[in-house]
Design a protein around this ligand. Structure first.
Ligand code: NAP
Length: 295
């Protein structure tokens, strides 16, 4: 029996199983060598993933804010993917609860979806991830840090608004971003969960070919025939534009600050880790835009 098959017989849990990334990780595991009954989908509301239960996945209810629910959910789990919480501002205490429950339950491998260059990134968003990584190290549980760059979907989910305004807005200047699709990151996470030799590894994950926001605008122009430009704004103006578009102010400020990080290179990587782990080239900008336009 090879290492991959051995790991596929371990009980593997994925948190955030109702979210975009968690769902894709479970789909990828199901499409590989992992039997459905060896997958534990951890979720706040089991109704949201009734489809996985119907396919034989073990669905267990837990909330990051309720430690006793996490203890029960991790019973017998050997390998765990902690998908970072989307409740920005609450993340560190929530993640601490998950890590402590994992330690108590005897989880022997914990993968965590962090952010690119979490140790040195100056983006405000990176602080929670840096602190979470530290808590994981201190827990003594063997870990893998999946340090993800941006999702393509951060842009392609905005295509209708971009087309309406004839512009991509940002504060990223000529900075390059190594974006990849959620499906690419999910493929890498599934490999790390279902195969061996990832203990105490740090993966810097991003798309194979970086691009600027001007290049993003040019690709959208090319595929739609509409003229789309990139409008670079001072960071305060960009934050106000995001607030005007309906984002809560704290999130708008964090996203505007992230563009300054993009400009500095905090979201740029050429490690090749993502395509190597996923086993295929990452989604290209042209493919991502085409896919986004079809949705
Ligand atoms: N790299 C990037 O570009 C990027 C972009 C956006 C986000 N992210 C980060 O990556 C993570 C995964 O991305 P995604 O697209 O899958 O996000 P998502 O679709 O928003 O999913 C987040 C998941 O976290 C779960 N969750 C939130 N609070 C919870 C709690 N208190 N207890 C248990 N579960 C909780 C949600 O459950 P419910 O369904 O019950 O709400 C959901 O399943 C995000 O949470 C965020 O930290 C990264």
């Amino acid at each position: 029996m090879n290492e991959t098959n051995q790991k596929s017989e371990s009980l593997i849990a994925v948190t955030g199983a109702s979210g975009h990334l968690g769902r894709l990780v479970i789909e990828t595991l199901l499409g590989g060598n992992t039997p459905a009954n060896k997958i534990v989908a951890v979720v706040r509301d089991p109704q949201k993933i009734a489809d996985f239960a119907a396919r034989g996945v073990q669905v267990r209810r837990a909330d990051y804010t309720q430690p006793e629910t996490l203890d029960a959910a991790f019973n017998g789990v050997e390998r765990l993917l902690l998908v970072s919480s989307n409740e920005v501002g609450e993340r560190v205490p929530q993640h601490k609860n998950v890590i402590e429950a994992a330690r108590k339950s005897g989880v022997n491998f914990l993968a965590y979806t962090s952010i690119l260059k979490a140790d040195v990134s100056e983006m405000q968003l990176a602080a929670d991830h840096r602190e979470t990584e530290q808590v994981i190290r201190e827990s003594g549980i063997p870990f893998a840090f999946l340090r993800n760059s941006w999702y393509f979907e951060n842009y392609t989910d905005q295509l209708s608004s971009i087309l309406q305004h004839g512009a991509v807005f940002g504060s990223a200047g000529d900075g390059q971003v190594s974006a990849a699709s959620r499906a690419d990151y999910a493929a890498a996470a599934a490999v790390v969960l279902a195969s061996g030799n990832h203990e105490n590894k740090i993966y810097e994950l991003g798309g194979d070919a970086a691009f600027t926001l001007s290049e993003l605008a040019a690709e959208i122009s090319k595929q739609t025939g509409s003229e789309i430009v990139y409008r670079d704004l001072p960071v305060e103006e960009y934050a106000q534009a995001l607030i005007g578009a309906g984002l809560p102010e704290p999130m708008a400020r964090i996203l505007a600050d992230a563009d300054l990080g993009l400009k500095r290179g905090d979201l740029l990587v050429n490690s090749g880790d993502l395509s190597r782990l996923a086993g295929h080239p990452t989604t290209t900008l042209a493919e991502a835009v085409a896919f986004g336009l079809k949705k």
